[in-house]
Ligand binder design. Structure first.
Ligand SMILES: [Mg+2]
Ligand SMILES: [Zn+2]
Length: 186
């Protein structure tokens, strides 16, 4: 059986969305209802979770690399305690003006992860709360699901510059869709 992978954005998907603020330290972490259960369901179904996230706060000097590592460690720990597993985390810590190829909507993080684990990104999903996630997913060839627990939900959908394949209220619903309906088919 081929291994299955899924890409998840972090803030506004797993962690509660903090409008105009970053999750700067472990004390800022709050989980969206059902997000840890969603991680458990993915793990139980044999789907490996890869988190991909823009964290320009590091590039801007607002957050130390060490603080970001602690946040990551805590997230991995909490996922494990909930019966889930996050296989890997890929961050873009560049500033917007550095024009890197990994800051979403660019697909660099998707390609790095796919290369590292040897899978085809067109055989997977990306779940995000921001239109830049959807664009990144598209650019990386993934199927995309927008969840309404973060950024894009603040704008009317006719202002969205990319259309997701599916829209779901939150991560848990998105994961149920992936597991029930589609994952076996792509
Ligand atoms: Mg987000
Ligand atoms: Zn980058």
């Amino acid at each position: 059986m081929t291994k299955k992978y899924i890409f998840l954005d972090r803030d506004g998907v797993i962690f509660k969305y903090r409008q105009n603020r970053y999750v700067n330290c472990v004390d800022d972490i709050e989980y969206i209802d059902g997000s840890l259960l969603a991680l458990k369901k993915l793990h139980s179904a044999g789907v490996s979770v890869i988190v991909i996230s823009n964290q320009a706060g590091v590039g801007k000097g607002l957050m130390m690399t060490e603080a970001l590592s602690k946040i990551t460690e805590r997230m991995l720990d909490d996922a494990a305690k909930a019966g889930g597993e996050i296989l890997d985390v890929f961050y873009c810590t560049h500033n917007v003006d550095e024009n890197c190829d990994c800051r979403k909507p660019r697909p660099g993080l998707i390609f790095s992860a796919a290369k590292k684990y040897g899978f085809d990104p067109s055989k997977t999903y990306l779940i995000g709360d921001n239109i830049s996630d959807i664009e990144a997913g598209r650019n990386g060839g993934c199927k995309t699901i927008l969840v309404k627990t973060g950024n894009a939900a603040l704008k009317p959908s006719d202002e969205w510059t990319a259309k997701p394949d599916f829209i779901e209220p939150d991560l848990l619903s998105a994961v149920k869709r992936v597991l029930n309906e589609d994952f076996g088919l792509i």
